[in-house]
Design a binder for this molecule. Structure first.
Ligand SMILES: [Zn+2]
Length: 415
């Protein structure tokens, strides 16, 4: 943790630590007691099943929506973006926030894990895990997929203050929502999971009929503005054959989109790995993975934790299996992100202390937890722990759960 650091917020919302002496005096500089952090991210939510305004009020600055009705998720994402542009504009450009900044350390923790691996696959996994969308490429069949002439810029970095901002402001009521990166619909085998589940809204999945169809589906996902592709591999129903799964991954990568797989049941993790997938939506929980598969996954993949869905506070045997897999995945150097699968059962809408404690039980230190809950490269939100962060392993989760998202309306009383 660092003291005497100021954070400079650029007009585009990116944040840079600077020496406190450089912070100008005046109304654009706010002094925060406690600790400032990069915005906390939940990398697995379903915005159709939870109220994201509540999630943000519970301290989560950004989410990844991993499966929903594309048009609905996109509208929410645009509302979130419009409101953050509004806030930035109201702030009148540059502003500086000062406090003990743990942000630098958290970013180092998140970014340092993979610095010794140089191969392309792990580079891609790191990009996939970082939440950055800057690598999103042109879609192969853009014409077939529809309009989207505006997709050259990632959603979070579109020029503020232009016509786009005006349109965004008038079209959507201001709503304080977390920043949303999203995956579009579940891409599934015909009749596959989750089309047989009551919680899966019509339109939240898309059946893939052939390798050729895979390319068309990815083009649709891309044109819906998605930054990820979600695929399911579930032994409880029809599964995509390997060539189709492979074709999905290849098409996604050609469009610059990482692939996140819901892998459930024997052989599905190996199938996802072999097809070239970048992320697993859940720490594998249905069986103990053998070391060679774990080692292979760790060299290339990022796993989203989702440990608390197994029992929601009363851990069941599946959580033990998942924690054991995650502990060994971490020991092999695998990349982890905090994700809760919000919308799946009675999870708290905000920072989940049970998920954090389960991560600690898998061997993550408080510093590691900060790394897996924040983006490694650029910061576009700031979280604030008013009473100051406590890195004691016993107290850490409860104290971190007091974090709030900083925006223009947050004015700590100055001394
Ligand atoms: Zn999910």
């Amino acid at each position: 943790m660092r003291s005497g650091v100021a954070l400079r917020v650029a007009p585009d919302g990116t944040v840079k630590p600077v020496p406190a002496e450089l912070a100008p005096a005046g109304p654009d500089t706010r002094r925060f007691p406690g600790t400032l952090l990069p915005g906390l991210v939940d990398a697995h939510v379903h915005s159709g099943l939870v109220d994201l305004g509540t999630v943000r009020a519970g301290g989560i600055a950004a989410v990844w929506d991993l499966g929903g009705v594309p048009a609905a998720v996109r509208e929410l994402a645009e509302r979130a973006e419009a409101s953050s542009r509004h806030t930035r504009r109201a702030a009148g450009g540059e502003q500086t926030d000062r406090a003990d900044a743990a942000g630098h350390r958290a970013r180092r923790a998140a970014g340092g894990e993979q610095t010794e691996r140089a191969d392309a696959a792990s580079h891609r996994a790191r990009r996939a895990a970082s939440g950055e969308q800057t690598e999103r490429a042109e879609a192969p069949n853009r014409a077939a997929a529809g309009e989207r002439a505006d997709r050259a810029e990632p959603v979070g970095h579109r020029a503020a203050g232009g016509e786009d901002a005006e349109a965004g402001r008038s079209r959507y009521a201001p709503a304080k929502l977390p920043r949303i990166r999203y995956a579009g619909p579940f891409l599934i085998a015909p009749g596959g999971y989750p089309s047989d589940r009551s919680w899966a809204a019509p339109g939240s999945w898309r059946e893939i009929h052939s390798p050729a169809d895979a390319g068309a589906a990815v083009a649709e996902v891309w044109s819906a503005g998605a930054g990820l592709v979600k695929v399911t591999a579930h032994t409880g129903g029809p599964q995509l054959p390997h060539p189709t799964l492979r074709a999905l991954v290849d098409a996604a990568h050609a469009s610059g989109l990482p692939v996140v797989v819901h892998a459930e049941g024997a052989g599905t993790v190996a199938a996802a790995y072999t097809a070239g997938a970048d992320l697993l939506a859940h720490t594998p929980w249905t069986e103990r993975l053998d070391d060679s598969l774990l080692r292979a996954c760790a060299a290339r993949m990022c796993w989203l934790s989702t440990l608390d869905i197994h029992g929601w506070g009363e851990p069941d045997p599946a959580q033990e299996i998942a924690v054991d897999n995650l502990r060994r995945f971490k020991a092999y150097g695998g990349t982890i992100r905090y994700g809760t699968d919000l919308g799946n059962g009675p999870l708290p809408p905000g920072i989940n202390t049970r998920e954090i404690r389960a991560l600690q039980s898998a061997g993550l230190t408080p510093d590691d937890v900060l790394g897996v809950m924040t983006d490694s490269d650029s910061i576009t939100e700031i979280s604030w722990v008013p009473g100051g962060l406590d890195l004691d392993p016993e107290r850490f989760a409860d104290v971190l759960a007091t974090a709030r998202v900083v925006d223009d309306d947050v004015h700590p009383t100055s001394p």
